[in-house]
Design a protein around this ligand. Structure first.
Ligand SMILES: *[C@@H]1O[C@H](CO)[C@@H](O)[C@H](O)[C@H]1NC(C)=O
Ligand SMILES: *[C@@H]1O[C@H](CO)[C@@H](O)[C@H](O)[C@H]1NC(C)=O
Ligand SMILES: *[C@@H]1O[C@H](CO)[C@@H](O)[C@H](O)[C@H]1NC(C)=O
Ligand SMILES: *[C@@H]1O[C@H](CO)[C@@H](O)[C@H](O)[C@H]1NC(C)=O
Ligand SMILES: *[C@@H]1O[C@H](CO)[C@@H](O)[C@H](O)[C@H]1NC(C)=O
Ligand SMILES: *[C@@H]1O[C@H](CO)[C@@H](O)[C@H](O)[C@H]1NC(C)=O
Ligand SMILES: *[C@@H]1O[C@H](CO)[C@@H](O)[C@H](O)[C@H]1NC(C)=O
Ligand SMILES: *[C@@H]1O[C@H](CO)[C@@H](O)[C@H](O)[C@H]1NC(C)=O
Ligand SMILES: *[C@@H]1O[C@H](CO)[C@@H](O)[C@H](O)[C@H]1NC(C)=O
Length: 694
């Protein structure tokens, strides 16, 4: 169902938003990065204190060139800060960071050390070289305003209380560590110039702060760990910067970070099984609510549309059809896009359209420009369109409106999603042949009969029901739409009155209306449509629906040798026939029931089929005066009046219709004409323009 509709899309949007909230609630948009190495393309990701830089594939925390003694420095990750609390603010943020540090002494003895900081004050304090590691200075040391939690990697014993010249410690606002651990007895040497892998983990729920150091050396893998419970919220504020700091003193070293990654671990992601179930349940419930809402909306919309349509019908009855702007119809049909094409019918191409202002699906017939009338005034045209739109019958397609701008002539009709009868009659079923025995036959006999009755009733209305006598001229399966209940809706009526060929009226002998295979004999001579030609065409239509064979394309065969009435596609011994002759032959042999569509598989009301065939043949009587009227046809089909008894052999066609003139035998093979048909010597040689104009 392709119903463009703002209400629906709003609803869909809110459903998506719902889903997004659920998803976002489970994941966190938290800080995460990974630098397997550093190069100058990463300069923008960090802010550097003077002298600090990226060099030799590493972050150089203190200057690596020039005067490198008594210096301090900081490198701050500048893209984002770390949130103190997790996304639900239910706990402190848990995180994990790993980095590889490499401390390279420059004078044999190393000094002073480096540190990883979590802080709200990213700026390097002055006078922070030497023992202060770029973290504190003489004045700030110990002040809670520092808002620093640090892990220090100390390579020099700089003051009395300092542990040794190779240790790791955890500092909170002071250079005097709250916990420290010597590394030498673990065979880890920070200032050996070889890489040290460091992992720092924090669990925001348990508050456990863990530091692990690993160093490879010739003697193997050496590990040291240090941990402490820290309530980060007591030391830090929100928006925490991630910082490396370092310093040199009398002794110097390169303080390098070779790789670094960081991830926040949102505890809310690690939901227990029961929470997963709850979440799934909540999702399901919200999803079904959305679904119900959409369905409900859709139902009210279709109801509204039906109501709108009824109002529209009333309006058309009162004021005539709607005059559309070309612009609006272009928009409705996506500028007559190929994808909207429903088919090519008589007079032009039909497109699917959606008229927003009426909230209505429509079929727009774009009359081909060379068919558009040129010799009639707009008023006359509008009068004709008005007449057609006033025709209201439940088996006719309603004309909703029209548009005539420039060379464009457009007619807007009711749209039927089920589509055209011929599609159902010929499409699926015949493709699949005998292979799909299981597929349910859509066009059951009951439905076919109802369709025939519907078309009969519509034609009777056109011929006898409305104040003006209206000829259809082109009754055929492809002009019959089906509504949701398989009721026939006859389309394309009255158009001949509205649209005329340039300079040629329909009284001209050249402008024969109709479709090959459906045309009454006399129309080749008179070139004129009449009630009788419509009746003839209706007869052919009955045969089409009953037999499931297309009168316009297929030539049927009757087996002569064994009188078997099976029709076959190939047959050297078979005689080709058109549908009327074929049906008549079967009827003459008393085998009218054999005419029924083989797809029905014998499942049809035999009495109904019999009088449908007899009525069809009576309608196709070569002599127009012998044909029943549509009124009679309706009485036979619907009111149960006795069906006509057509002669067992098809009578000869007599021309002119007066009676005592020359009689013309119609040969069995085809519809060969000779003699008075003017330039048309045979059916097959008739020019296609004169035959398929409609
Ligand atoms: C810098 O390192 C990144 C990987 O972190 C790499 O993709 C990029 O090519 C490197 N750029 C240069 C200039 O070496
Ligand atoms: C760069 O690093 C390599 C080892 O990673 C080292 O050998 C070299 O001396 C360093 N160069 C500078 C200028 O620091
Ligand atoms: C190096 O810089 C530090 C601090 O700026 C200064 O104290 C020291 O005297 C300088 N050393 C030399 C050799 O310039
Ligand atoms: C460090 O070594 C360099 C030579 O490599 C020397 O010039 C400098 O004076 C030394 N610095 C100290 C503090 O010993
Ligand atoms: C840094 O130390 C020097 C003396 O070493 C002192 O003169 C200066 O005031 C100090 N700066 C700050 C900001 O404490
Ligand atoms: C600052 O350093 C001096 C020596 O350089 C020391 O006497 C003083 O006590 C220190 N001040 C603080 C607040 O630590
Ligand atoms: C290293 O020394 C520290 C303090 O002296 C001690 O707590 C730790 O257990 C020692 N580690 C080993 C492996 O001996
Ligand atoms: C951490 O400290 C905050 C006060 O800043 C307090 O509300 C919270 O309960 C503490 N967390 C734990 C686990 O003790
Ligand atoms: C993070 O960095 C460490 C050390 O460089 C590395 O071992 C680990 O695989 C990295 N983790 C990720 C997720 O890249």
């Amino acid at each position: 169902m392709t119903v463009p509709n703002t209400g629906n899309s709003m609803l869909n949007f809110s459903c998506i938003a719902f889903a997004a909230i659920i998803i976002l609630g489970r994941t966190c948009s938290c800080l995460e990065f990974n630098y397997p190495n550093f190069n100058t393309s990463h300069m923008d990701d960090f802010s550097f204190s003077p002298g600090s830089t990226i060099a030799n594939g590493s972050l150089q925390i203190t200057p690596n060139t020039g005067n490198i003694s008594h210096r301090s420095g900081r490198v701050v990750y500048a893209r984002e800060t770390l949130k103190l609390w997790n996304s639900k603010r239910s706990a402190l943020t848990s995180f994990k960071t790993e980095f590889v540090l490499n401390i390279l002494p420059q004078n044999g003895t190393a000094g002073e050390g480096m540190a990883f900081l979590l802080t709200n004050n990213p700026l390097l304090p002055s006078n922070s070289s030497g023992q202060w590691l770029g973290v504190f200075n003489n004045q700030t040391d110990g002040a809670f305003t520092n808002r620093i939690v640090a892990v220090e990697f100390d390579t020099k014993k700089s003051y009395e209380a300092d542990l040794d010249d190779n240790h790791v410690g955890i500092d909170i606002n002071s250079i005097k560590s709250v916990r420290h651990s010597p590394l030498s007895n673990q065979s880890i040497v920070l200032s050996s110039g070889s890489d040290v892998w460091v992992e720092i983990k924090y669990d925001g729920t348990s508050l456990l702060f863990q530091v692990t150091l690993v160093q490879y050396s010739t003697s193997g893998l050496h590990v040291s760990a240090l941990s402490r419970y820290i309530n980060l919220s007591l030391a830090l504020l929100d928006n925490i910067y991630l910082v490396f700091a370092a310093s040199t003193g009398d002794f110097t070293q390169l303080n390098q970070i070779k790789s670094w990654n960081f991830t926040t671990i949102d505890r809310t992601v690690k939901v227990g099984a029961w929470r997963k179930v709850l979440l799934a349940l909540a999702t399901l419930i919200i999803f079904s609510i959305c679904l119900f809402a959409v369905l409900f909306m859709w139902r009210t919309l279709t109801r509204q549309r039906r109501l709108a349509y009824r109002n529209l019908e009333k309006m058309i009855d009162a004021h005539g059809p709607v005059k559309f702007k070309l612009k609006e119809l272009r928009r409705a049909t996506a500028n007559f896009s190929h994808s909207r094409k429903l088919g090519r019918g008589g007079f032009g191409t039909v497109y699917f359209g959606y008229v927003k202002r009426m909230n209505l699906e429509v079929a727009v017939k774009r009359v081909s420009t060379n068919n558009a009338k040129s010799n009639r005034g707009e008023q006359e045209f509008v009068a004709e369109v008005n007449t057609i739109s006033k025709l209201s019958h439940r088996n006719l397609v309603k004309l909703i409106g029209w548009c005539h701008e420039g060379s464009e002539l457009l007619l807007v009709y009711e749209y039927f999603p089920m589509g055209r009868l011929d599609k159902l009659l010929y499409a699926g079923a015949r493709e699949s042949n005998s292979s799909s025995e299981t597929s349910v036959l859509e066009l059951t006999w009951e439905r076919r009969y109802r369709i025939i009755c519907g078309v009969a009733s519509a034609l009777d209305y056109l011929h006898h029901g409305s104040s003006k006598r209206i000829l259809h001229r082109d009754v055929k399966a492809s002009n019959v739409m089906l509504d949701g209940e398989y009721n026939a809706r006859l389309g394309d009526f009255g158009l001949a009155r509205v649209i005329q060929h340039d300079g040629v009226t329909h009284h001209s002998t050249q402008a024969v209306a109709g479709t090959r295979g459906y045309m009454a004999y006399e129309s080749f001579f008179t070139g004129r449509a009449s009630l009788d030609t419509d009746v003839y065409v209706f007869g052919v239509f009955i045969m089409e629906v009953v037999t499931g064979r297309s009168p316009s394309s297929s030539v049927l065969y009757l087996n002569h040798n064994d009188d078997n009435c099976e029709s076959t596609e190939q047959g050297q011994h078979h005689v080709p026939m058109y549908i009327v002759d074929w049906t008549w032959k079967l009827y003459g042999q008393g085998k009218a029931l054999h005419a029924a569509d083989p797809l029905l598989d014998g499942e049809f009301d035999q009495a109904q089929e019999d009088y449908a065939v007899r009525l069809a043949l009576a309608c196709c009587h070569p002599n127009p005066r012998e044909r029943p009227s549509m009124r009679t046809a309706v009485q036979v089909l619907i009111d149960g009046a006795p069906a006509p008894e057509p002669p067992l052999n098809k009578p000869a066609f007599v021309w002119p219709l007066g009676g005592n003139q020359q009689e013309m035998e119609l040969p069995d093979v085809g519809l060969l004409f000779t003699g008075t048909a003017g330039q048309h010597s045979s059916f097959c040689s008739m020019t296609s323009t004169s035959l398929t104009g409609r």
